[in-house]
Design a protein around this ligand. Structure first.
Ligand code: FA5
Length: 348
C-alpha cells in the first residue's frame, strides 16, 4: 500500500470514529490519537522523506487536505454534541414562570424623614432654597449672632452639650439663619430658605421632649415683609401636614432674635383639644416658634434693617410626626424598633 492509500484509509477510519462519537471526551481522544504527534497521520507524513522529490509535494498536499478534513469533522461533531447537551440541559431546567415569586422586603424612610421631605417639597415648590448647617456649632452663631450675648438670661432655656467653651452642639437650627444671611447677595433678590437638621438640648426626656431632636428653620428676608406673610406661611404648613381639621393658634412669645415673637400650637390629636396627659391638659401641643426678624440680627449679619425685614420660624418635625400619626411618646422615634417604624411604610 502506498502512502496515499494509507492516508486515505486513515481518513475513512477517522471519519467513521468521529461519526460514532457520543461525548466531548471521545472527540478529544480521537483528535489526539489521529492528529497527535504519535498519531498515524503524523507517522505517515514522517515517511515522506523516503519519497522522490517529485512525489513529495503531491503527497504533502494530500496529507494536509486530509488533516484539514479531519480537523473540520472533529469541530463539527463537537458543536453537534454541545448543542445536544444544551438542549438536554434546558429540557431538564424548565422554569414555571407562573409560580409566585419570593417577596423582597425593603425598608422605608424613617417617619421623621418623611415629614421633613414633605416640608422640603412644600417649600421648594414656593421657590425656597434648602440649606444645611453644622451640628457642632460656634457659640458665635448659635447665640451671639442671634442677639443672645454672653450672660443673656434666655441662654438658660437652651442649655446644651459643650465641646469647648465656645464650641457646642447646636440647640436650634436658627444659627443657619445668620450663616445664610451673611452670604446672601441681596442685589440678586430676596432670601427664602429652609434648613432642616438635628439639634441638641439638655432637656429632660419625657413624652414630648428629647435631648436630641429635629428642627426645620425657615427664613424670608425681603422688603415689606409683615406678620401677615408669616401667618399665611404657617397656616399653609399646618394645613399641608395636618389637614384642614386641625386648629392652630398663635400665642405671643419671646425669642431674642425675633420681635414680635409667637409660639404656634396645634390642637391635640389625642383629645381633640379637650385636655389629656399628652397635651398636659391644655388641649394644645406646641410645634413651632416664629416671629419677625429682630433688626439687631439683620445688622449683625450685614443686612440694612432700614431697607430689609423678614420673618423666621423654627418647627419641630418630631412633634409634627406625633400629631400627624397619633404617636403619644416622642421616644418611640429613636428606639429603632422595626415593629413601630414599619407601620409608617405606606404613609407620608
Ligand atoms: C426655637 O428653638 C427657636 N429657634 C425657634 C424660632 C426660630 C423662633 C425662628 C423664632 C424664629 P423652641 O425652643 O420653642 O424655639 O423650639 C422650636 C420647636 O422645637 C418647638 O416648637 C418644638 O416643636 C420643638 N422642640 C423644642 N424642644 C424640644 C424637645 N426637647 N424635644 C422635641 N422637640 C422640641
Amino acid at each position: 500500500m502506498n502512502l496515499k492509500e494509507k492516508l486515505a484509509e486513515q481518513k475513512e477510519q477517522g471519519l467513521a470514529e468521529i461519526k460514532e462519537a457520543k461525548d466531548l471526551k471521545k472527540i478529544n481522544d480521537i483528535r489526539v490519537s489521529l492528529l497527535g504527534k504519535k498519531g498515524p497521520i503524523t507517522e505517515v507524513l514522517r515517511g515522506m522523506r523516503d519519497l522522490s522529490a517529485e512525489e513529495r509535494p503531491k503527497v504533502g498536499q494530500f496529507a494536509n487536505a486530509i488533516r484539514d478534513e479531519l480537523t473540520q469533522a472533529l469541530a463539527d461533531k463537537k458543536d453537534e454534541i454541545e448543542v445536544i447537551k444544551m438542549a438536554k440541559k434546558l429540557e431538564k431546567e424548565t422554569i414555571d414562570v407562573t409560580l409566585p415569586g419570593v417577596p423582597v422586603t425593603t425598608g422605608n424612610t424613617h417617619i421623621i424623614t418623611q415629614i421633613i421631605d414633605q416640608i422640603e417639597k412644600l417649600f421648594l415648590g414656593m421657590g425656597f432654597q434648602v440649606v444645611d448647617g453644622p451640628e457642632v456649632e460656634e457659640d458665635h452663631y448659635n447665640f451671639e449672632m442671634l442677639n443672645l450675648p454672653q450672660d443673656h438670661p434666655a441662654r438658660d432655656m437652651q442649655d446644651t452639650f459643650y465641646i469647648t467653651e465656645k464650641i457646642l452642639m447646636r440647640t436650634q437650627t436658627s444659627p443657619v439663619q445668620a450663616r445664610t444671611m451673611e452670604k446672601h447677595d441681596f442685589s440678586k433678590g430676596p432670601l427664602k430658605m429652609i434648613s432642616p437638621g438635628k439639634v441638641y438640648r439638655r432637656d429632660t426626656d419625657d413624652a414630648t421632649h428629647s435631648h436630641q431632636f429635629h428642627q426645620v428653620e425657615g427664613l424670608v428676608i425681603d422688603k415689606h415683609i409683615t406678620m401677615a406673610d408669616l401667618k399665611g406661611t404657617l397656616q399653609l404648613i399646618a394645613r399641608t401636614i395636618f389637614g384642614e381639621d386641625r386648629e392652630i393658634r398663635m400665642r405671643p412669645s419671646y425669642f431674642p432674635f425675633t420681635e414680635p415673637s409667637a409660639e404656634i400650637d396645634v390642637s391635640c390629636f389625642k383629645c381633640n383639644g379637650k385636655g389629656c396627659s399628652v397635651c398636659k391638659y391644655t388641649g394644645w401641643i406646641e410645634v413651632l416658634g416664629a416671629g419677625i426678624v429682630h433688626p439687631n440680627v439683620l445688622e449683625m449679619a450685614g443686612v440694612d434693617s432700614n431697607v430689609y425685614g423678614g420673618f423666621a420660624f423654627g418647627l419641630g418635625p418630631d412633634r409634627f410626626a406625633m400629631l400627624k400619626y397619633g404617636v403619644d411618646d416622642i421616644r418611640e422615634f429613636y428606639l429603632n424598633d422595626v415593629r413601630f417604624l414599619s407601620q409608617f411604610s405606606q404613609k407620608g
